[in-house]
Structures are given as structure tokens and as C-alpha cells.
Write a protein that binds this ligand. Structure first.
Ligand code: MEV
Length: 431
């Protein structure tokens, strides 16, 4: 591992990319088998600051998971051998062992594998000759089923596509490209993901998603439709119970191998719930009383069906019970087995009841995030409020010793921004 400071001078200005986490409203697990799922973007995001260097190295700094790796171009596998891989995850076999040596057994290993895979696939030797530094920070809780890895992969793929000169604007075509490369990052990390997480992190808003088909925006502003469906209010509750998406998906597969007809019937039931909910969101009426009643029933039913697939957990059932006692429907979201539940907060909710639910869940040891689902997807910005990204980072309050002294390297300062400052990097879409 080499730690090097990046040069403030360079051939291009510093820029920042960002992408949201997600909640799956309906259809997780069933989506792996070709059924419909509905997901929405969170107002929690991952942010990547990208700065040029002059020494031909690529540095990846991930302060949240203690990664600080600097790769020379020569340490990457060549593009031809990466292109011939049967699966992107096989990139591990092409990397020299010393590249991963400091990160074996930790989350940093996967991050470096994806970084190496995407760099080898996208960044050619000419762009690499100058070098770059990338620091990714995330406000999406890790390992909770909220799409933290997809938010990371979308922000990372966007940055590398821009460095490689393949992406100049986050328009419809640009989003398609980002989504495709972020999906490969997800494959490196998760084996056989459905693609829903990277689709939501890329497109934002609400999406109807079916594996293999183009994600379908559901009447929301971020993805290009009307704004009426944006803004479903929810509490996202992180039980902190650890889970492995890969193991849970494999568990459902095993159950289906043993009880194919029964499990296919459960999948079909989930599909009908998702399809009806997608139609309601597409009609742009999630807040009307009838739609809200329908969504409430759908949330409860979907949770029960997920439990039948064996991906429930007592902590998730506790969330459903606590919220249900105040007439707020809840279900697990994401892979289950722990992780997060979502609580639908009705438009006319009694604020006292919301506070009581939050209080009880926090007292149980869970984290509760009040959130509005359906905001913007991937963004790429050179300016923040009219100020070049580099100057904005220099001026922002920092947790570096010595505070905002303007002397530190930009990447180090970004790594030390307080979360509240990071959240001010508001996304601008369609630029
Ligand atoms: C994980 O967030 C959602 C699952 O359906 C897996 C996937 O779609 O890749 C469990």
C-alpha cells in the first residue's frame, strides 16, 4: 500500500459524483426470479470526489471502511483478459496477491476488486498516465439492505466513466451507461444480483423493475415523469442485525429447489402485489386515502410472504408490531434476515404516534431514519452552489486537526468533512 498526496494542479477540475441508496417497496427476492419489484431512492447518498494527479497513480480512499490504496497501472490486469472473464467477480484471479494483501477478509477487499475491475475495463493507459485520486464517502448505512453498495458502485462507475472520457453528461444515455457498469460492480460484490439496486441508484425516483428489462420510471420527477408520485414518507429502521445478501438469496434458491411449486406460488403472489402497487404509483396517487389503504395492505402482505421464503427475523417482526400498533404498516426491505424494515407513514399520520414508534424502536436498539423516498438518482457536479467543487471542499468545515486551514490536500479534507457538510452536496440531475 502506498499513500501519496494528490496534486492540486491537473488537466481537469475536481468533480463530485453522487448516488442514492434505495428501499425496495415490494418484490425483493421474487425479482431474482423474473418477477416485478418496486423500489424508490432514498435521500441518503454516497459521494465520490475525484481529483487529478500528475504521477500516473490511482488512489482509492474509503475512510468509512479504512481503505487507502494506490495502484500503478501495471498492477491492473489487461483489458483483454478482463473482457474474457466468464463473470466480473473472477477478476480476483487476475490480480497480483499483494494488491489485496492488506484487505483480506474485510469489506475493503470487495471495494478494491470492483475498483480494479472497473479501472481495467474503462480507464486506458493514456488517461492513467496522469493519474487520479478518488475518495468515496457514504451516508447510506452499510450492510443494511439500503443499497449502500449500489450507491457506491454508481458513484464510482460515474467517476471512472468521466475520467475515461466516455461520459460527459448525466442524461438518458449517460444513465444507461452508468447503470450497466455499476451492475458489473454489483456482480463483483454480490455474485448474481438482479440489478434493481443499481437501477434505482442510477435513475432515482420510483421504479418498476423486472430483471432483463429496462427499468420503468413510475411518474416521478427524478426519472423524468410528473412529480406527483415523489415523496412517500417513511421511517427506515435499521435493526443492526447483520445479514448476507448472497447467503439469503442462496437460501431462497435452496428452498425453491426443494419446494418449487409452493415457492413459485409465493413468488407469483408477490408479483401481483408489486404489479398493483406499481400501477398505483404510476397513476401518481400514492397519497390519496384509497391508494394509501391499498399500499398499507400490500406492505403487510408482502412482509408475510417474505417470511414464508425464510428471510424474516424476530427483530424485523418487532418493527412490524410496534408500527402496526399505531396503524403504520411495515415490512422488511432488501434481503431480510436482519438489516432494515420500512414503515409507511400515512399522509395524515399523527406526529405523536410517529414519535412514539421512533422512540420504541430506538429503545429496542434500532436506528430510525425519517426519510422521503423518490428523490434524484445519479449526479455529477463540477460546481456546488456556483463554486468549483475544489474551492467548496476547501471552504467547507472539516474535522481535520487544525480545522479549515486550507493547507491540507483536497482528498484528505473531503475524507474529513463532517456528515452534515457532506449532505450539502445536493445532487443536480440532467446536467
Ligand atoms: C437485495 O437488496 C434485493 C434482493 O432481491 C437481491 C437482488 O435483487 O439482487 C434480495
Amino acid at each position: 500500500m502506498v499513500v501519496a498526496l494528490s496534486s492540486p494542479a491537473g488537466p481537469w477540475p475536481a468533480f463530485v459524483t453522487s448516488a442514492p441508496g434505495k428501499v425496495i417497496l415490494f418484490g425483493e427476492h421474487a425479482v431474482v426470479y423474473g418477477k416485478t419489484a418496486v423500489a424508490g431512492s432514498l435521500d441518503m447518498r454516497a459521494y465520490a470526489l475525484c481529483t487529478p494527479r500528475t504521477d500516473g497513480l490511482a488512489r482509492l480512499l474509503l475512510p468509512d471502511i479504512s481503505v487507502d490504496a494506490t495502484l500503478p497501472f501495471a498492477s491492473l490486469p489487461c483489458r483483454a483478459s478482463v473482457e474474457q472473464l466468464a463473470h466480473p467477480g473472477d477478476v480476483a484471479g487476475l490480480l497480483a496477491p499483494h494488491v489485496l494483501a492488506d484487505y483480506e477478509g474485510g469489506p475493503g477487499r470487495t471495494a478494491i476488486l470492483t475498483f480494479a475491475y472497473l479501472c481495467a475495463s474503462l480507464v486506458d493507459e493514456a488517461a492513467w498516465a496522469e493519474g487520479f485520486s478518488l475518495c468515496v464517502r457514504s451516508l447510506v448505512p452499510v450492510g443494511s439492505g439500503l443499497g449502500s453498495s449500489a450507491a457506491f458502485h454508481v458513484a464510482l462507475a460515474t467517476a471512472l466513466l468521466r475520467i475515461s472520457g466516455r461520459l460527459t453528461a448525466v442524461d438518458a444515455l449517460g444513465r444507461k451507461l452508468v447503470d450497466a457498469w455499476a451492475f458489473r460492480g454489483e456482480q463483483v460484490a454480490h455474485g448474481t444480483p438482479s440489478g434493481i439496486d443499481n437501477a434505482v441508484a442510477t435513475h432515482g425516483g420510483f421504479l418498476r423493475y423486472t430483471k432483463g428489462a429496462a427499468p420503468q420510471p413510475l411518474g416521478n420527477s427524478a426519472a423524468g415523469g410528473s412529480s406527483s408520485a415523489a415523496g412517500l414518507r417513511m421511517l427506515v429502521c435499521d435493526t443492526h442485525v447483520p445479514k448476507s445478501t448472497m447467503a439469503l438469496v442462496a437460501g431462497v434458491r435452496e428452498l425453491r429447489d426443494q419446494h418449487t411449486e409452493a415457492i413459485d406460488a409465493v413468488m407469483q403472489a408477490i408479483d401481483s402485489i408489486s404489479t398493483r402497487a406499481a400501477d398505483l404509483l404510476a397513476a401518481g396517487k400514492p397519497g390519496c386515502a384509497e391508494a394509501e389503504r391499498h399500499l398499507a395492505g400490500a406492505v403487510r402482505l408482502n412482509h408475510g410472504l417474505l417470511c414464508a421464503l425464510g428471510v424474516g427475523h424476530p427483530a424485523l417482526d418487532l418493527v412490524c408490531r410496534v408500527a402496526g400498533q399505531r396503524c403504520m404498516p411495515a415490512k422488511l426491505t432488501g434481503a431480510g434476515g436482519g438489516g432494515c424494515a420500512l414503515v409507511l407513514v400515512p399522509a395524515e399520520a399523527d406526529e405523536q404516534a410517529v414519535a412514539e414508534v421512533t422512540g420504541e424502536l430506538v429503545a429496542a436498539g434500532f436506528a430510525c431514519y425519517p426519510t422521503v423516498v423518490g428523490g434524484p438518482g445519479v449526479a455529477m457536479d463540477d460546481f456546488v452552489d456556483g463554486v468549483p467543487v475544489a474551492r467548496w471542499v476547501e471552504a467547507a468545515p472539516s474535522e481535520l486537526p487544525g480545522g479549515a486551514d486550507g493547507q491540507s490536500d483536497l482528498i484528505e479534507r473531503f475524507a474529513a468533512l463532517p456528515d452534515a457538510a457532506l449532505a450539502q452536496l445536493a445532487p443536480r440531475t440532467g446536467t
